[in-house]
Design a protein around this ligand. Structure first.
Ligand SMILES: *[C@@H]1O[C@H](CO)[C@@H](O)[C@H](O)[C@H]1NC(C)=O
Ligand SMILES: *[C@@H]1O[C@H](CO)[C@@H](O)[C@H](O)[C@H]1NC(C)=O
Ligand SMILES: *[C@@H]1O[C@H](CO)[C@@H](O)[C@H](O)[C@H]1NC(C)=O
Ligand SMILES: *[C@@H]1O[C@H](CO)[C@@H](O)[C@H](O)[C@H]1NC(C)=O
Length: 961
């Protein structure tokens, strides 16, 4: 008792010395049992330590166990109780390791081969990688090895042949390479050999013919080549023989067709040839599937197949079978018949009469007969086929007759294709009953009459192709109800009337909408803008007229747009610059006028542009698609000029006025630059202009502000800017980003300035800008159209101002273009520069002196000066504006702290006129104040020194405030 009550260490010391101690303690029964067991007792109580070590090693090989399959694999629990482990009751040795479908990632530890009592390994459906260890050959009790659906690589271990009790080998769906080891032929008990979907090469070893118990051979989807060994076709136990999708060649030995136990033959997609024995249906009475598609088989359809009464799948497609198709009505279990791409048919009128016999096959799901040599009449009994039928494909042969009016009986049809036939008559209205139909293909027939509007009832319809028939009438607007339609092709018919807005606005269309080669009239409805997912739109060769709706620019997925051969008119709208994905554009043979839009140069993917035979005028651009003469066509437009030389167009005339101005500018510049006091003169002159000049115009009377300060919603702005798309981004201002958008019923182009509500002070800025712009109007101020202060879809504060759009962008861009923009912009001429200076001066004069509350802009700089179409300057960004009345009412301390921090460094203090001075220097010298200069506060003096090196600069500029 003393010893038992002692410390753990003493306790162990007592136990380990073994027998001597045991003898001493042997009178204590309890102790004898626990501490002095025989070897056999250890095994039975603790199991075999080797197995535990092996399992733990196996666990270490697993790097990811998201489902926690191996959580229970710990030392407190006996390994026979670990998840997935089954032990023999007597020896406590591991017999089954089942870790299937556990999403395990890792390698198969070679320690697994120490589990010598293993009978089953089930690791299927995981992500084991690495190789299958050769050591696996030590598991001589193994019956089942299943590692299918993993990522195992390397070769199939030939040592597997030492596991002589193996009954099933499943190694399918891995990355196994190399050849099938011929040694496997010794596994006399093997019933299943499955290595499908790997990368196995070489030929099938003839030794596999010795697998005398084999029932299932699955070698599908590898790169096996050579012929099918005759030995393999002599295994009398064979049930399922699957060799599809390899590179096997030669013929199949006729002995295969005598294995009466055979239930299935699948050798699709190989290069096999030969014909089927005429007795096949009798010698293979259990046949359930016969899949021979995609080979070079020849000969007739064996009539005896109608005796293989269990036949379910018959796939003979894409071979060279010929002759008549027998009646198959006796095959009650038939579900699939694929005969397409053969030479079946006799040329007689009853070629398709076997279809009538198929009405007995009440489980028929698929019938595919296209591209054969069938002639004769389409039997109306086709509507009596099984209601399970989901796939029906006819055509590609000289079938006549019409589509039976009760086609709507086949209520489970999902795929209906009757194409390239001589079938006449109309499309039956009952087609609308096919509520499960997803694809309806009836192109290249001789169908006439109207498109039934009942098609609109087919909500699942995904593809509708009625190209090349003689259909008449108008396009039913009910087609717009098919909200799952991705492709609609109605080309080359006699359809007339207008394009229904419901149809052209069907936003599910994503693949193609082809309405070409009809006699459609009217204009292209605005709803075309809904087609934001569509890739190909073709409305060519109709009688469509009117202008291109600007909404077409919304279709940003379009890669092809063909509007050729119609009577469209007007200009090509600027909104089409939104077609960022466009590759081919056809506008030929219309009445388009105006100039060729410059943005076409910038559509990066555009490789085909046909503008021929319109009334376009002016300069042909030279960049982008216009660089390649073979990519564009501009002929048949009489007033085009310029472009690349290959086009052989006249050069564009230089206007006389422009010439004169040019020479004037150069004289002025020369005199300014040469005269020592030139610059000073210039500055003074400008300031004098600012001082003296009366506003050039009265405040504009076209009120864009008054009364109509209608608020616009977040959703409207979202839509107008394509969801604040980066493609619409035109600038980043002091407090937010500016997008181009299309707003309102008139589809005006606007600039939407979205304030970044995360920034501090943005609210104040918003208010300042609204307030400043509320009551002032001047032709050189950017007009505010409306504003928006609400929540975005995420419930965050959203503030935006909508301004009129200034097509020529900011002065900043013209003075200091970014490298990638340089090619687009010409250099401003002197006149333009002077006009800009005057425009800005007149704004400052107006806001300082002529508003009823004087305003200071406080952030005057080139990026806040925008240029309109005629290069008139418009001052914008009043986000920092200060109303003098308010400033003066505040304490001077407060005032300096607010103003002092605002504005862009270098342009600020002491005021707008100071900024104006900097602006003038930039404007006329083209020099840009460097970052360096900004650091210690840019002085006008320093900048002037840089701009005019080697000159003494004196300033006579009066500071205004
Ligand atoms: C455990 O198994 C291994 C391998 O089969 C064997 O060598 C060893 O003798 C066994 N140990 C016991 C205690 O049975
Ligand atoms: C061992 O696994 C069992 C079963 O999952 C669990 O109950 C036990 O807490 C685990 N022990 C340790 C020490 O993790
Ligand atoms: C178990 O297997 C590993 C690797 O195959 C080997 O190194 C080890 O000696 C084997 N035996 C025991 C008893 O763990
Ligand atoms: C092996 O696993 C796969 C995938 O789960 C399964 O289809 C196959 O029948 C299994 N093989 C055996 C012999 O159990």
């Amino acid at each position: 008792m003393y010893l038992l009550g002692g410390t753990g260490r003493a306790f162990t010391q007592m136990v380990l010395p073994g027998m001597t101690l045991c003898v001493f303690w042997s009178f204590i029964v309890f102790a004898n049992l626990v501490f002095c067991p025989s070897n056999a007792t250890i095994t039975s109580l603790l199991g075999n330590e080797t197995d535990r070590v092996a399992l733990l090693a196996f666990k270490r090989g697993i790097s990811s166990d998201p489902l926690g399959a191996l959580i229970s694999w710990n030392n407190t629990l006996h390994f026979c109780k670990w998840k997935g482990v089954t032990c023999s009751r007597h020896h406590q040795r591991v017999t089954i390791l089942d870790l299937s479908q556990q999403i395990l990632v890792g390698y198969m530890s070679p320690y697994i081969s120490n589990l010598t009592f293993l009978r089953e390994i089930n690791l299927q459906d995981n992500s084991f990688n690495g190789q299958i260890t050769q050591e696996i050959g030590r598991l001589f009790r193994l019956r089942v090895l299943n590692t299918s659906v993993n990522s195992l690589g390397g070769e199939i271990p030939a040592n597997l042949s030492r596991c002589i009790h193996l009954q099933a080998i499943s190694l399918g769906n891995n990355n196994l390479t190399g050849q099938i080891p011929s040694e496997l032929g010794t596994l006399r008990k093997l019933k299943l050999l499955e290595v499908q979907s790997n990368f196995l090469i070489g030929s099938i070893p003839p030794s596999l013919g010795n697998l005398s118990s084999l029932t299932d051979l699955r070698l599908r989807s590898n790169h096996l080549e050579g012929s099918i060994p005759d030995e393999l076709t002599q295994i009398q136990s064979m049930v399922s023989f699957v060799l599809s999708d390899n590179e096997l060649s030669g013929t199949i030995s006729s002995s295969l067709y005598n294995i009466s136990s055979l239930e299935g033959i699948a050798v699709m997609e190989n290069q096999l040839y030969g014909s089927l024995p005429s007795h096949i249906g009798i010698s293979l009475p259990k046949l359930q599937f016969l899949l021979l598609g995609g080979n070079q088989f020849t000969g007739p359809f064996p009539i005896s197949l109608s005796n293989a009464s269990r036949l379910q799948w018959l796939e003979l497609q894409y071979n060279h079978f010929s002759g008549p198709v027998p009646n198959l009505g006796s095959l009650q279990h038939l579900t699939e018949i694929y005969l397409w791409g053969n030479q079946f048919g006799t040329g007689k009128a009853d070629d398709l009469s076997f279809i009538t016999s198929l009405t007995n096959c009440s489980f028929l799901e698929s019938l595919d007969l296209i591209e054969n040599h069938f002639k004769g009449i389409l039997p109306s009994s086709i509507t009596n086929l099984s209601t399970h039928l989901s796939w029906l494909q006819l055509g590609g042969s000289q079938i006549v007759g019409s589509i039976p009016s009760h086609i709507g009986n086949l209520i489970n049809l999902q795929y209906l294709s009757i194409c390239k036939t001589f079938i006449t008559g109309s499309i039956p209205t009952s087609i609308g009953k096919l509520r499960n139909l997803q694809r309806m293909l009836m192109y290249e027939n001789m169908l006439s009459g109207q498109i039934p509007s009942s098609i609109g009832n087919i909500a699942q319809l995904n593809m509708l192709n009625l190209n090349e028939n003689n259909l008449t009438g108008s396009i039913p607007s009910a087609l717009g109800n098919c909200k799952n339609l991705e492709a609609m092709l109605l080309s080359k018919n006699n359809l007339r009337g207008a394009i229904p807005r419901q149809v052209i606005g069907l936003s599910s269309l994503s693949i193609v909408l082809n309405l070409s080669h009809n006699t459609l009239t009217g204009s292209l409805p605005l709803e075309v803008g809904n087609l934001i997912h569509l890739t190909s739109l073709d409305v060519s060769s109709n009688i469509l007229s009117g202008e291109i709706p600007t909404t077409l620019g919304n279709c940003e997925s379009l890669t092809e747009l063909y509007m050729d051969v119609n009577s469209f008119q007007g200009t090509i709208p600027s909104s089409l610059s939104g077609l960022k994905a466009i590759q081919s554009l056809g506008f030929s043979y219309n009445n388009f006028s105006g100039s060729i839009p410059k943005y076409l140069e910038e559509l990066q993917l555009l490789t085909y542009l046909n503008l021929s035979f319109n009334n376009l005028l002016g300069e042909v651009p030279k960049q982008g698609v216009f660089r390649n003469a073979s990519a564009i066509s501009v002929i048949g437009n009489d007033n085009l000029c310029g472009g690349i030389t290959e086009l052989k167009l006249d050069p564009c005339p230089i206007l006389d006025k422009e010439k004169k101005r040019k020479s004037l500018v150069s004289t002025v510049i020369i005199s300014v630059a040469s005269g020592p006091l030139g610059l000073i003169f210039l500055l003074c002159a400008s300031v004098a202009l600012y001082r003296l000049r009366k506003p050039r115009t009265k405040p504009s009377s076209t009120s864009s502000m008054e009364g109509q300060h209608l608020k616009v919603s977040y959703a409207e702005l979202f839509k107008s800017t394509n969801g604040f798309n980066s493609a619409n981004l035109i600038g980043v201002g002091s407090y937010g980003t500016v997008y181009e958008g299309i707003l309102g019923r008139d589809e005006n182009i606007v600039a939407v300035k979205v304030l970044n509500c995360q920034l501090r002070g943005v609210s104040t800025s918003f208010m300042a800008e609204c307030e400043a712009l509320r009551n002032i109007r001047h032709r050189n101020l950017v007009k505010i159209i409306t504003s928006c202060s609400s929540m975005d879809f995420g419930g965050n504060d959203f503030k935006a101002l909508v301004f009129e759009y200034m097509p020529n962008g900011s002065l900043e861009k013209w003075l200091h273009p970014k490298l990638d923009e340089q090619y687009k912009l010409r250099i401003l001429n002197f006149n333009e520069r002077l006009n800009i200076a005057i425009d800005v001066a007149s704004v400052l004069d107006y806001i300082h002196h002529h508003c009823h509350t004087p305003i200071a802009h406080c952030d005057l700089k080139p990026s806040n000066i925008l240029l309109d179409e005629d290069m008139n300057a418009h001052v914008c960004d009043f986000g920092l504006a200060q109303l003098y009345s308010r400033i003066t009412s505040k304490s001077s301390k407060e005032q300096s702290s607010t103003i002092g921090l605002k504005g862009t460094i270098g342009y600020i203090a002491p005021g707008d006129v100071y900024s104006y001075g900097i602006l003038l220097l930039e404007l006329f010298t083209g020099k840009c104040p460097t970052d360096d200069m900004f650091k210690d506060g840019l002085s006008l003096h320093k900048f002037a020194e840089m701009a005019f090196p080697n000159r003494t600069i004196r300033f006579l500029i009066p500071y205004s405030h």
